[in-house]
Design a protein around this ligand. Structure first.
Ligand code: URA
Length: 210
């Protein structure tokens, strides 16, 4: 297992590269790149879509309205933001918060891959459609749409690690479609069970192993 200092050095290197990145046009519009933040030894990694206005201003993930909801959901299952790691598929804000393009996602993906490889989370929670698609693609499994996949934990092989993958809706979606809030809350309850019943769930999930 890597020492704390080694993890921190590797993390700083990733951050430096993201801050200097010019692999797609989004770099020319950003105020700040948003590499991600949290516990480098986190058991849970949340992966959103891309920074919004506030995140671009602050250089930190999920600090706007959707972020407040995410923080609340994390706290409601007895955790703190500092316990988990929060990252995005894209590290720079798309203009007017438009959807990420395939090119942007492809250019940015190596950073996310390195983040996952460094942190080695036991559980990845994807927030929203794009993040669900990207994690499924990395694991070589189909993604049949967020409405069908959300709330179903699956064991996936990601690089050399076995990870539990739990897709859910994006918190921003719950802000403007209140019925989705109940679904996200249910999915966070599933997450809580995954944490508290480690062995039971790891065994049960074997049948979902891809
Ligand atoms: N939405 C995201 O997907 N990520 C953020 O960091 C903020 C809003």
């Amino acid at each position: 297992m890597a020492k704390n200092s080694e993890i921190e050095i590797a993390w700083k290197k990733i951050v430096d590269e993201i801050i200097k990145c010019r692999k797609c046009d989004l770099h020319s519009m950003r105020r700040n790149a948003v590499p991600g933040e949290g516990n480098l030894r986190a058991e849970i990694m949340f992966i959103g879509e891309a920074p919004g206005l506030k995140e671009d201003e602050m250089g930190r993930p999920f600090v706007g309205a959707a972020g407040n909801l995410l923080t609340k959901l994390i706290e409601e299952i007895g955790l703190k933001r500092e316990d988990v790691f929060i990252a995005n598929v894209l590290k720079c804000r798309p203009p007017n918060n438009r959807d990420p393009t395939e090119h942007e996602m492809n250019m940015c993906l190596p950073y996310l891959v390195r983040q996952i490889e460094l942190i080695k989370p036991r559980i990845i929670v994807s927030l929203g459609r794009y993040s669900g698609i990207i994690i499924s693609r990395l694991a070589g499994i189909p993604f049949k749409g967020i409405t069908r996949e959300r709330g179903i934990p699956r064991k996936i092989n990601l690089f050399t690690n076995q990870i539990i993958f739990l897709p859910t809706y994006h918190p921003a979606a719950a802000l403007y479609k209140p019925p989705l809030l109940n679904s996200i809350k249910q999915d966070f309850e599933t997450l809580k069970s995954l944490l508290s019943n480690k062995e039971k769930f790891d065994d049960t999930l074997d049948k979902y192993l891809y």
